[in-house]
Write a protein that binds this ligand. Structure first.
Ligand code: ZN
Length: 396
């Protein structure tokens, strides 16, 4: 059921101001008609009808935005190209910050969203329930818009080298930390579909990444934890007895040495066992991370064919970065003789050793070195062959 149109707040002449490019005026006038027929009390301002002749466009615009409660922006390639529209966008963002006004972007035709609007959520014009959702948002309270489910988060359609397209959490994120992260293989996550559509390939890749043997640890079993506690208690008792004997024999006595030496041996033994058990966890975590990185690198042998690299920098998170390695591969192959078997092997080895760390650096936009002395193949980012050379030079 449609909500009733709320009365205008003080100082406002309109409920909404619609900002759009003249290229979309037919669609906009259709929308305005439909809105006005459905919600007869809704006051809409749009420039083809409501701009006052004789006033400059800017004056008209400022006045209309100021006297409207919400600003609707109709996004399309025309909107983005048009300087006037961009100015309007800037103006209402300004307004938004100053007076907490609401902006409702509508994606009419796919286009790169102006930077000023990229933090906003938007409505999709081709959504089956677009009109109902729009009415809900327009009639809703400005403060509630932030939580509205009608608006979807903007996902930039533009791909560029080094773009982190997906950060995938492990399904067993909450599990105990000696278990390696496991990832769902069932379907390709939406953001990744842009570059990798084949579910079979995705499944193969993820099964490979998931295939990490879980190291058995005595700490996994309750009896062993009880045993550990008993060792600690024994350690304290031995230590206490050791001190007691030391004290009673007053150091110098010959018999004292004979009695307290077994205590000292037990003490050392228990201490060694305790330190070993406590270090197991950090040793195990290090080994597990190494295995996970190795598996991710192997998966990258497949993923790199789709201009995607996966990166593993923690137990429960995988990055998927869009990056084309075409030119870097060419460079490596040329270095080792294009047709030789060695060249191919060197390329595979580069992927197997460095691709996961490289993907993590791209995803975080942070590299362990700041300046690279020679030109690369990736605009504004360090390319893969640059990365390998720098790592080899650093001796890792
Ligand atoms: Zn390169």
């Amino acid at each position: 059921m449609m909500n009733s149109v709320p009365s205008l707040e003080k100082g406002h002449k309109y409920h909404i101001f619609i900002s759009y490019s003249s290229g979309d005026s037919i669609w906009v006038s259709g929308l305005v008609n439909k809105l006005e027929n459905t919600l007869p009390n809704l006051k809409i301002c749009y420039h083809e009808r409501d701009f006052i002749p004789g006033k400059t466009i800017i004056d008209n615009m400022v006045e209309c935005i100021q006297s409207s409660q919400k600003t609707v922006m109709v996004l399309s390639p025309d909107f983005v190209r048009s300087g006037w529209c961009l100015f309007e966008a800037k103006l209402s963002i300004f307004q938004d910050c100053m007076l907490h006004k609401a902006i409702v972007p509508i994606m009419l035709r796919p286009c790169p969203i102006p930077l000023q609007l990229s933090h906003l959520t938007y409505l999709e014009a081709d959504d089956e329930q677009f009109f109902e959702k729009l009415c809900d948002v327009l009639l809703g309270n400005n403060d509630e818009m932030v939580h509205s489910t009608a608006l979807v988060h903007y996902q930039p359609s533009l791909l560029y080298n080094g773009k982190n397209i997906l950060t995938l959490p492990a399904v067993n994120e909450e599990s105990e930390n000696w278990q390696p992260g496991m990832y769902s293989c069932a379907y390709v996550p939406d953001p990744l579909k842009v570059v990798l559509e084949d579910t079979k390939v995705y499944k193969e890749v993820m099964e490979n990444i998931n295939d990490i043997p879980v190291t058995r640890s005595c700490l996994r079993f309750t009896t062993c934890r009880v045993l550990l506690c008993m060792i600690i208690v024994l350690l304290f008792i031995t230590f206490a007895l050791f001190c007691g004997v030391l004290f009673a024999m007053n150091f110098a006595h010959f018999w004292g040495i004979l009695i307290y030496s077994p205590f000292a041996m037990v003490l050392v033994l228990l201490l060694t066992v305790l330190i070993n058990i406590l270090c197991w966890s950090s040793r195990h975590n290090k080994r597990m991370m190494q295995r996970m990185v190795q598996k991710t690198c192997q998966a990258n042998l497949i993923l790199s064919k789709y201009s995607v690299l996966a990166g593993c920098s923690s137990r429960t998170q995988l990055f998927f970065v869009y990056v084309s390695l075409l030119h870097c591969k060419e460079t490596v192959l040329n270095t080792f003789g294009h047709d030789s078997k060695v060249a191919g092997e060197m390329w595979e080895r580069s992927i197997s050793n460095y691709s996961s760390d490289y993907a993590c650096c791209l995803a975080k936009n942070h590299f362990p070195f700041t300046s690279v002395p020679f030109p690369g193949h990736t605009e504004e980012r360090i390319c893969f062959c640059q990365y390998i050379s720098m790592q080899l030079a650093a001796g890792s």
